[in-house]
Design a protein around this ligand. Structure first.
Ligand code: KIV
Length: 287
């Protein structure tokens, strides 16, 4: 089978695996609605992740923990309608796979059947092996996620870089191997030192996709709103802001407000017009 990536019109799981063999970098961004998913897809990004970061970025929660399967599904459907080429991956939110394998399968099947997801992502290493196996057996491709896993914020005592001691680094190597052995097709490495990410990347056959894990990963993922400067938190160390959309929006909103208040908007070109005959008719009857 020819998996030449430049020629494909649709990215699939085999294409993502093939990237590792070709040493071709994988691009991944979050998107949670039709316009952003459409722009990301049209930009040729390989993977669109409907991440549970939507809890913070779009829904205004303090952490990712409150977002529900139904809320994720609502956003997933919108992203689905916009996505043509990218692989569409849906994040299993906190609670969707912590009650057991059957719950995990139920939520994942909903994401596939009702939301059009092509894969699901979940956080955790060795302790998620059985769940990953169960989903893979049910024909649902799984993306793993280890390191700084935001759903473990309380257990970690905050959002802290992981793998900074020999012990925690070897734990993460074992977690990465377990995720691969369980059948995942890719692994997100978040918030770990670049040296550790490079070692994990070298040892695995599946691609690693880094966020705050340095340049040695097989691909990179960012939260779209961080990348375009549309979040209200100071950006993390690893974020490179490629645009300042919040600034652009603020300026546009202020101009609209000023124009309306000063009577400059709408002008004649921005208004619909009667034909002259209708105006005359109205003037005659004076209603
Ligand atoms: O939810 C999310 O956006 C994620 C990425 C940060 C990988 O899990």
């Amino acid at each position: 089978m020819d998996l030449n990536l430049e020629a494909v019109s649709k990215i699939t799981v085999p294409h993502i695996l093939d990237r590792k063999l070709r040493s071709a970098k994988i691009t991944c961004l979050t998107a949670y609605d039709y316009p952003t998913a459409r722009l990301v897809d049209e930009a040729g990004i390989d993977i669109i992740l409907v991440g549970d970061s939507l809890a913070q970025v779009v829904l205004g929660y303090d952490s990712t923990l409150p977002v529900t399967v139904d809320e994720m599904l609502h956003h997933l459907r919108a992203a689905r309608r916009a996505t043509r080429r990218a692989l569409l991956v849906a994040d299993l939110p906190y609670g969707a796979y912590h009650l057991g394998e059957t719950e995990a399968l139920r939520a994942s099947v909903r994401f596939v059947k009702e939301g059009g997801a092509e894969a699901v992502k979940l956080e955790g290493g060795r302790k998620r092996s059985a769940i990953i196996r169960r989903l893979v057996e049910a024909e649902i491709p799984v993306m793993g996620h280890i390191g700084l896993t935001p759903q473990s914020v309380h257990a970690m005592g905050g959002y802290r870089v992981q793998g900074k001691s020999f012990e925690s680094a070897t734990d993460l190597v074992a977690d990465a191997q377990a995720v691969e052995d369980a059948g995942a097709f890719a692994l997100v490495l978040e918030g770990i030192p670049r040296e550790l990410a490079a070692i994990i990347t070298e040892r695995l056959r599946i691609p690693t996709i880094g966020i705050g894990a340095g340049p040695g990963c097989d691909g990179q993922v960012l939260v779209l709103h961080d990348l375009v400067g549309l979040s209200f938190q100071p950006p993390a160390k690893f974020v490179r802001p490629y645009a300042n959309l919040a600034g652009t929006l603020r300026e546009a909103l202020a101009r609209f407000r000023d124009d309306v208040q000063a009577g400059r908007y709408p002008d004649d070109r921005e208004s619909y017009h009667w034909p002259a005959s209708l105006r005359e008719q109205f003037e005659k009857v004076r209603i």
